[in-house]
Design a binder for this molecule. Structure first.
Ligand code: CTP
Ligand code: MG
Length: 248
């Protein structure tokens, strides 16, 4: 019985507009991928349940650079760096294929999927997700209540004024983060069922729980954490560098 994590870091970070791929961009002296990996490895769920195998998906041209960044962690965890795919879903699938082929993952029964784009997701959040899976929820995502009013619109290509269809009841909405946690069996089944669409940006799932939902299996939400915010733009990176009220 042990936990593995697939850390997605194969994106280019086109919206960040940095010369480096997003995972290698520094934040307070450490790259985003190193922050994310350290926070994953620092998590301790009940019974010293922690991440023992870490698979990182890297941009094909930056495999060696990501390996160098993470090498200092290899005494704490069984580490694997693999080339990602054309979409996030394809990258996770590549990570899972490497995981199941590795003998060090033999006892793994829970798999987390986390984005290097959420480098400051704290260890307490990681532990909360693992514990909810261990308590019998086979697919768990962290989510935060939504503060904006959300309206559904009918978008039309080339039309810049969109008609509103409805206001979605806000109390029912959650903005979902990573890490997401799954039993190994369910995550593998979900990715295998979704494999036909994995390389198509328009059809691929934007998160792993979405693939589980497509199977018709239930997905559960635990409390998210503001610190797990996603870094997409240069402004997000500046905000991530601000001091937080309670550091862990
Ligand atoms: N990701 C990945 N493989 C891809 C695309 C994305 O592993 N083919 C990862 C990213 O590295 C990131 C996470 O998925 O950790 C979420 O993606 P996103 O925030 O969109 O990052 P990028 O794709 O790098 O950014 P952009 O879309 O602006 O290019
Ligand atoms: Mg992207």
């Amino acid at each position: 019985m042990s936990v593995a994590a697939v850390l997605t870091a194969a994106g280019s970070g086109s919206r960040l507009g940095h010369s480096l791929p997003k995972a290698l961009v520094p934040l307070g002296g450490q790259s985003l991928v190193v922050h994310a990996a350290r926070n994953l490895l620092a998590a301790r769920a009940a019974g010293d349940d922690r991440v023992r195998v870490l698979v990182v998906t890297a941009p094909a041209f930056h495999l060696a650079a990501i390996e160098r960044e993470l090498a200092p962690l290899s005494d704490q965890v069984a580490l694997l760096v693999v080339a990602g795919g054309a979409t996030r879903q394809a990258s996770v699938a590549a990570g899972l294929a490497a995981l199941v082929a590795d003998p060090r993952a033999e006892g793994v029964d829970v798999v987390l999927v986390h984005d290097a784009a959420r480098p400051l997701a704290p260890p307490s959040l990681v532990a909360r997700v693992v514990e909810a899976v261990r308590e019998g929820h086979p697919a768990v995502v962290p989510g935060l209540p939504v503060t904006d009013t959300i309206k559904r619109v009918a978008p039309h290509r080339g039309v810049h004024v969109e008609p509103v269809l409805e206001t979605v009841p806000r109390a029912e909405l959650r903005a979902v983060q990573t890490p997401q946690g799954f039993t190994r069996e369910l995550l593998l089944r979900a990715h295998s069922a979704g494999a036909a669409h994995a390389h198509d940006e328009a059809l691929a799932a934007s998160d792993d729980a979405g693939l589980v939902e497509r199977l018709g299996e239930p997905v559960w939400v635990v409390a998210g954490d503001e610190r797990a915010a996603k870094i997409t733009t240069a402004r997000d990176l500046l905000i991530a560098a601000l001091p937080t009220e309670s550091a862990e």
